[in-house]
Design a protein around this ligand. Structure first.
Ligand code: BTN
Length: 258
């Protein structure tokens, strides 16, 4: 592990920056299996992540040296398995708050935990929990943020953006990493102190398309709906045609006209 300059209590105090790795989540997983106990809050960052993983088996593409790809190891054993989603909420709020220091308007969280600027994705989170009985023994929080990359390929061309595209100037990667880790730590400590309800209302306040009538897709069917809530278990609650609908991840897609 390396010396670092993180302004945090524990997240990032143990830090490793790798020139290249398949996936920082995979690397942490390997480290845990080989060298427990790993320090709570260990952060692994990669300059080049060549086989990044996203949610639902998707890939995460990031041009070398331009973006943030990192994973945080935590032991949230104060959380029951049934409250796993509160961790997603705390992490998303932390990232949103950190990015809001750079971009004052337009940052939101797209359910369950994508980070958006207006209608474009600028970041994603892949949380992998290890449960022992009913308790979360440890978690790997993988975070990808598009920072200084200008231009995206293929499908991402119209769906993704970066801080540099938005701000029209480059952002210091290590400073941003520190700010995100600090903001996540603040929310994580609040969660540990029992702030799950406050977190949920903050999450809903910053939720992409919350309370706005929009188009969604289920299987091949398009329908109109309005997001009204997210349950403790992380289900998306929607009002559609006078009926309350609940969705798990994978069961519904946000439909974009662009
Ligand atoms: C998503 O939006 O689908 C989640 C993307 C998560 C990407 C990050 S980059 C660092 C960490 N390592 C991975 O392999 N994935 C996560």
């Amino acid at each position: 592990m390396q010396n670092n300059t993180f302004s945090t209590l524990f997240i990032g105090q143990s830090f490793l920056q790798l020139p290249g790795v398949d996936s920082t989540n995979n690397y942490l997983k390997l480290l845990i299996s080989k060298s427990e106990p790993l320090a709570d809050g260990t952060v692994i960052m990669a300059d080049h992540q060549f086989a990044g993983r996203g949610q639902q088996g998707n890939s995460w593409f990031s041009k070398p040296g331009l973006n943030l790809t990192f994973s945080i190891y935590l032991r949230p054993n104060f959380l029951n398995a049934s409250n796993q989603f509160s961790l997603n909420i705390a992490v998303s709020i932390g990232i949103r708050n950190a990015l809001a220091q750079y971009i004052s308007k337009g940052i939101s969280i797209k359910w369950p935990n994508d980070i958006y600027f207006n209608d474009k994705k600028i970041g994603g989170v892949l949380i992998e929990n290890t449960l022992v009985g009913n308790v979360i023994k440890s978690t790997i929080i993988g975070i990808g943020i598009n920072v200084n990359q200008q231009g995206f390929d293929g499908d991402l061309l119209i769906r993704a953006s970066s801080l540099a595209e938005i701000l029209q100037q480059d952002v210091d990667l290590m400073e941003l990493l520190n700010n995100i880790c600090h903001a996540i730590e603040v929310e994580y400590l609040k969660l540990r102190a029992g702030a799950a309800d406050d977190h949920l209302s903050n999450y809903l306040k910053n939720l992409y398309r919350f309370g706005k009538s929009s188009i969604y897709k289920q299987k091949e069917l398009l329908f109109e709906g309005t997001i009204t809530n997210v349950t403790q278990a992380g289900q998306l609650v929607m009002l559609s045609d006078g009926e309350e609908l609940r969705f798990n991840v994978k069961e519904v897609e946000f439909f974009n006209n662009n």
